[in-house]
Ligand binder design. Sequence first.
Ligand code: GCV
Length: 697
Amino acid sequence: MALLACTGTVRAEDGYALWMRYAPLEPALAADYHTRLAEVVAPDQTPIQHAAREELERGLTGLTGSAPRMHVAPAINPSLVIGTPQSSTLIAPLRQELDALGDEGYLLRQTRIDGRDVLLVAAPRDIGVLYGVFHLLRLLQTGASLDALEVRESPRMRLRVLNHWDNLDGYVERGYAGRSLWDWQTLPEWRNPRYTDYARANASVGINGTVLNNVNANAQSLAPDYLAKAATLADTFRPYGIRVYLSVRFSAPIELGGLKTADPRDPEVQRWWQHKADEIYARIPDFGGFLVKANSEGQPGPQDYGRSHAEGANLLADALAPHGGVVMWRAFVYAHDVPADRATQAYTEFAGLDGAFRPNVILQVKNGPIDFQPREPFHPLFGAMPRTPLVMEVQITKEYLGFATHLVYLGPLYEEVLQSHTRGQSATVAQALTGMAGVANIGMDRTWSGSHFDPANWYAFGRLAWNPQQSVRAIAADWAAMTFSPDPAVVQPIVGMMMGSREAAVNYMTPLGLHHLMARGHHYGPGPWVDGGPRADWTSVYYHRADRDGIGFDRTARGSYAVGQYAPDVAARYGDLARVPEPLLLWFHHVPWEHRMASGRSLWDELVGRYSQGVRQVQDMQATWASLGGRVDPQRHAQVTAFLRIQLREAQWWRDASVAYFQSVSGRPLPAGESAPPHPLGWYERLQFPSAPGDGR
Ligand code: GCV
């Protein structure tokens, strides 16, 4: 790696190339790779083969500075051979071994053929070859040794899907990266080349599906003209192994079909969905299926007709089954007329339906029981529905984590929930999953995700969906090396910033298990005082329950008993004030201000201390980033510097507003050394942001 230290990375860059920059490596390493990989044998008969071949050529040329010689049939002295047993005579002998890797798996192997070193990228199917090519390019981009290389990979989860909350008019709900990528106006005639780059980025991390439109769905997306547009996107993504899915509005038979009802028991409704499925598959033969938000936040659903969620999901599942499609039915369901703790409502609604769904229904459950907070315990439905396939939905876009301007690497958040034990010491959330769905942070911004660091969350999502056991630190290191420079003097500090960044945000926003304290509606900035309005569970006071004596939501048997929805050993731990992990303390307990914390401080002192610590952590990130000036290209360095300035200002705002508010409730003095907020509470309360992004037009 020492050889990489002076890699030239200081040319101006705008972030468009993501982690696929293929920037020239340090000359000695580039020459070594070029010598080893100069004669490439790569088939070129199918669209996926073509994509793999093209990517390899592009990557090798960029990284080594010299184009490899590309052959379609065995060259006299090949040095790199890619293919399947069907597409390559050199790989055919591996057929049995490759079959064991499954449909999407692959093998990288340094071997000898006719007395010469040859690197194989082999897979049972073309898509595995493409994934293998991306893996090889990652190894080269990070300066790995190819000696004795032996890598065997298969995805641990079948469904690795992005969810775009993109509306047909181009607006992205909770999007902070500009307008939607999908230009519905110019589709299907115009295929923006960006669609292909999007597919390349996804394939490079193993993402194999995309839901094109918002779960708050418009029935029009199922109309023939929009299906033609979706079919063009599906055609563009197919060579990269990506299937297209659509969010559907449950009442589409009424709005689009002119029926009087959308009741799942109505035969006309059933026929309407069957015909719609036939129509979709005639245009998109490998269509993935439907994603549905029903009877939640005002969306129509089967309960409008007195039917259960299972009946609703099964209606759509029956229409898709003959074509091999699936229904991803969301469990993000809560009702304003149900007085129960919102954190308990999804479990109450769905746990009893285990076994009632068709085999092609997959329940899509958010990572935590509320809504993508900076920290939540894992959702109690994980581990509670053994007969129902589950997909875990996480947000990649940062609705509650500072939007695109705060540097927050979500790898540790995803890892924390994936590795949570649903019971005992063996069963983890990751083991309960058939797939992962990530609410995309992608838009027309030149960086794709609204900042230079937010693509790291897209990247980490894909890598973890492929294999949730991977270290998120190692994933961050790969991403940093490919995005900025493989120089360890660049990678190590950046990884340090990334790994601490989520905890920093928790500290300056919602420490110690606090949650949902963001301003109303747009969720931009602090709003711990938010009260009143259409529903209690859209306020902050509902969640923090702070009063003169203490703070926190009592979810033990004395309170809402949400802990009772977890397996007994988990419930016992979360429900016990002495054993609950401190990061979740106020999620599960209402605790007196003078409660003694592990640090020896009172809860009040600890809370204020955490808020201030979060601000200091951002200052530390700033200092680290400043030290990288000259090692990162000036264009990207300048934007990250500016965004960190915004983050620091907003972290300070969060700290000051929160301290001012909670002090007005607790009536306690600030701990020694803590500065008073510069403004009175009312000043913070009066701030208005009617044009904050992601929540309007
Ligand atoms: C798509 C939260 C967000 C909504 C989102 C909803 C959901 O409530 O604020 O914008 O709607 O979650 O996941 O359905």
